[in-house]
Design a protein around this ligand. Structure first.
Ligand SMILES: [Ca+2]
Ligand SMILES: [Ca+2]
Ligand SMILES: [Ca+2]
Length: 329
C-alpha cells in the first residue's frame, strides 16, 4: 500500500471517529452544569406538555393503557432540577414541553439557561431539540449537530458518545444540565434574545427509519429507539435560568451582585441597567489593589489577584456598600 493511500484511509477513519464536542460531566472541557451551581438564578415556573406516542411507528401501541407517554406530571419539570429519575415528565416520541419563567431570559456572558434530563449514565442518552421565543408564537431552534453514525439503529438501551452531539438537550447525566447560549441566535429576527419568555423542548425521536428527526445540517439523529414505554422519550427534569432580565421597574432595591465568589480570574457583575458603577477592591489590610467600572447589566471583568479575602466597595444611589470577595486560584 502506498503512503498516500495509507494516509487517506487513516484520514477517513479519523473522520469516522470524529468527536468534536464537549465530553461528559466532570471531564475537562465539559460544559455540563450541576443543578446546585449558583450560576442558576431561577427555574421554569410554568409548563404546557403535549405528550408524544410511546411508539410512533404504531400509534395504536399502548403502554400503561395509553398510546402516549404518561410517566410523571408536567409540574415535575418546574422548579429546581432534582436529578431524581422519578421527578421528570416523559415526553414520548416527538413530544413537546413549553416552559415559561417569572422573568424573561436574556443573553448575558456565556451560557444563559440549561436543560436537565434524567439519564442514569454518561452514555445512555436521549436528546431533545431546544427552541426559544419572545412571544410564545414564533420559536427559533438552536442550531444543533449529531456526528453519530446513522447507518445502524441504536436500539433500546444502546449507548452514545456525547462528544458527538452539540446543542441538543440531554447531553449529560441526571443532575447536570446541558447549557445553551442565546448568542447562537443573535441573527434571528423573529425573537429578542434579551427577552426570551418561552423555551420549547422537543423530543428527538431517534429512529433512522421513516420517522427520523434531523439535525440542523440534515443528518438523521440516531439515538435509542424504540422506547415503547410509558416513560418513553425525553425525560424533562427542569430548566434552569442563568441570565434573567432585570426588570428595572420592579427593582425596589438597586441590587448589585457578583459571581462566582470565590472567584478565580473572572468576576461577573450584575447591576441595575442604565448606569455605570465604579468598583474598588481592597486587600484585608485596606490597600487598594484594583479598580474597574461596569456599565452593563451583566458584565465580566478579568483580573489576577493572589489567593485571599478582599473587600469590594461601590456606590449606588449615594450609598457606599462593601462586600467580601474571595480569590481562589
Ligand atoms: Ca449568552
Ligand atoms: Ca427519543
Ligand atoms: Ca424535576
Amino acid at each position: 500500500m502506498n503512503r498516500l493511500l495509507m494516509l487517506s484511509i487513516l484520514f477517513l477513519q479519523l473522520s469516522c471517529w470524529a468527536q468534536s464536542y464537549a465530553p461528559p460531566a466532570g471531564q475537562t472541557g465539559s460544559t455540563a452544569i450541576h443543578m446546585d451551581s449558583d450560576v442558576f438564578t431561577s427555574w421554569a415556573s410554568g409548563i404546557e406538555v403535549y405528550r408524544g406516542f410511546v411508539f410512533i411507528e404504531d400509534t395504536t401501541f399502548q403502554a400503561n393503557g395509553s398510546s402516549r407517554a404518561t410517566f410523571g406530571s408536567p409540574s415535575f419539570a418546574l422548579g429546581k432540577a432534582t436529578g431524581n429519575s422519578a421527578d421528570v415528565v416523559s415526553l414520548g416520541d416527538s413530544g413537546v414541553a413549553i416552559l415559561t419563567f417569572d422573568n424573561p431570559i436574556m443573553n448575558g456572558p456565556g451560557f444563559d439557561f440549561a436543560v436537565f434530563e434524567n439519564s442514569f449514565s454518561d452514555d445512555y442518552l436521549e436528546f431533545a431539540f431546544v427552541e426559544v421565543s419572545s412571544d410564545g408564537e414564533r420559536f427559533v431552534r438552536f442550531p444543533n449537530h449529531s456526528e453519530v453514525q446513522s447507518q445502524v439503529q441504536i436500539h433500546g438501551f444502546g449507548l452514545t458518545d456525547t462528544r458527538r452531539i452539540d446543542n441538543l438537550a440531554g447531553k449529560y447525566r441526571a443532575g447536570f444540565g446541558t447549557p445553551f447560549d442565546l448568542e447562537d441566535l443573535k441573527d434571528s429576527t423573529s425573537i429578542n434574545i434579551n427577552a426570551i419568555t418561552h423555551v420549547k423542548v422537543i423530543d428527538v425521536i431517534g429512529s433512522i427509519g421513516t420517522n427520523a428527526t434531523y439535525d440542523s445540517q440534515g443528518n438523521k439523529i440516531n439515538e435509542p429507539y424504540p422506547s415503547p414505554y410509558e416513560s418513553g422519550g425525553f425525560d424533562l427534569d427542569g430548566v434552569g435560568v442563568i441570565h434573567k432580565e432585570l426588570n428595572v421597574a420592579h427593582m425596589t432595591t438597586e441590587k448589585v451582585s457578583f459571581f462566582p465568589n470565590p472567584a478565580h480570574d473572572q468576576l461577573y457583575v450584575r447591576q441595575p441597567a442604565g448606569r455605570c458603577i465604579e468598583f474598588i477592591i481592597y486587600s484585608l489590610e485596606g490597600k487598594k489593589v484594583k479598580t474597574f467600572e461596569t456599565c452593563q447589566p451583566y458584565q465580566g471583568v478579568s483580573f489576577r489577584l493572589p489567593n485571599g479575602i478582599y473587600y469590594i466597595t461601590y456606590e449606588v444611589s449615594g450609598v457606599i456598600e462593601r462586600k467580601s470577595l474571595i480569590i481562589s486560584n
